[in-house]
Design a binder for this molecule. Structure first.
Ligand code: ZN
Length: 356
């Protein structure tokens, strides 16, 4: 920990502390010792491992350095409490940023892996006190290729925040997109900049992340830059998966019963780039095509019931399901497949499966 209480009952930063003084843990009030040296970042540690629940021992140097850097970053503009003791929930976030208006912001600088359940508990605890939470990820996360699921866990208004102490590097990643058979794409910006500060201020980001709304605006990734080639590549990859037996048999059988083949799905199914889906884009789009086929030409379906069927294909924690759904409907409407009217959807054209 970076802060302890001295014999005058004042908070004291480890880098300003003296070995000759006595310090105690702000949470359990038991004695702590100052650790400093060439290799160490100055910090306090419990004299005896007493099972102080409010504080995790064995913080890494990265964690201490990151917490300190974040503190210095925000303390310029805000009143920031380091390692606040939140007794009601036995939690101690790394920082608490006091806002003049609205909810205060707890900042967690996460360096080690954290399970889905534990993350949820930490978030719930902080929310129960009326706090907002922001996660800033450390070097291990920064240097790894993060999965879609992991990215979703920490996503904050469509952005991920990182701090790498060794490089003194703040980074924001945003505009995530995922093309099937390609790695996750995103844009990044050095520094936390305006987006981060606006999040700290409790405002929506100035720029919403973009969504693929039109087929001809598709962001082509990988070796090809040509749409026809891209389609061929995607279809070949999909066929390969099928041949390798790596696609759910129920889906293949269902298609077969409908007189379709998976390797012949409409081109539109192969053009998705939505991020936030727990299944591939082609799968999500194919389900939508089949649902519309079941509704039938010149028939209506309410947007609400269609969306309800599609929501299960997203990661549950993904905040922008509605935006993706709307962008997908808009895409279908601009291709003349559906017509949207008063929250109802009319099927005006069925997307064709390709011929042999
Ligand atoms: Zn303690």
């Amino acid at each position: 920990m970076l802060l302890a209480i001295n014999s005058f009952n004042q908070y004291c930063f480890a880098n300003l502390a003296h070995r000759s003084e006595n310090y105690q843990c702000p949470a359990c009030k038991k004695p702590v010792v100052l650790r400093q040296g060439q290799q160490n970042v100055a910090h306090f540690a419990h004299q005896v491992q007493t099972g102080c629940h409010a504080f995790t021992e064995g913080e890494t140097i990265d964690h201490l350095l990151g917490k300190m850097a974040l503190y210095q970053h925000f303390a310029k503009d805000y009143q920031v409490v380091v390692e606040p003791v939140l007794r009601q929930i036995s939690q101690r976030p790394d920082l608490l940023v006091k806002r003049s208006q609205g909810k205060d912001l707890a900042i967690e600088y996460q360096c080690s892996p954290i399970g889905k359940k534990r993350l949820q508990e930490r978030n719930q605890g902080l929310h129960s006190l009326g706090l907002e939470v922001m996660w800033v990820l450390g070097p291990d996360y920064y240097h790894r290729r993060l999965s879609g699921e992991l990215t979703c866990r920490f996503l904050d208004d469509g952005r991920l925040f990182f701090y790498v102490p060794k490089q003194k590097r703040f980074e924001t990643r945003f505009n995530f997109s995922k093309t099937d058979f390609h790695k996750l794409q995103y844009e990044s910006r050095t520094g936390f900049g305006a987006a981060f500060l606006s999040a700290v201020k409790g405002k929506r980001p100035e720029k919403q992340f973009t969504l693929p709304s039109e087929i001809n605006q598709i962001r082509l990734v990988g070796p090809t830059s040509d749409l026809a080639q891209h389609l061929l590549y995607q279809r070949t990859k999909l066929t390969l998966l099928m041949v390798q037996g790596r696609i759910n048999l129920d889906l293949i059988n269902y298609l077969y019963e409908q007189g379709h083949r998976l390797d012949q799905i409409p081109d539109w199914c192969l053009l998705g780039q939505a991020f936030g889906l727990a299944v591939p884009n082609w799968h999500f789009r194919l389900v939508l095509v089949l649902l519309l086929e079941r509704v039938g030409l010149s028939h209506w379906i309410s947007e609400k019931s269609l969306s309800a069927r599609l929501r299960q294909y997203f990661y549950p924690s993904f905040q922008d399901q509605e935006k993706i759904l709307q962008a997908t409907y808009a895409d279908l409407a601009s291709s003349g497949v559906i017509c949207l009217q008063d929250s109802k959807i009319l099927v005006i054209k069925l997307l064709q499966f390709v011929a042999d």
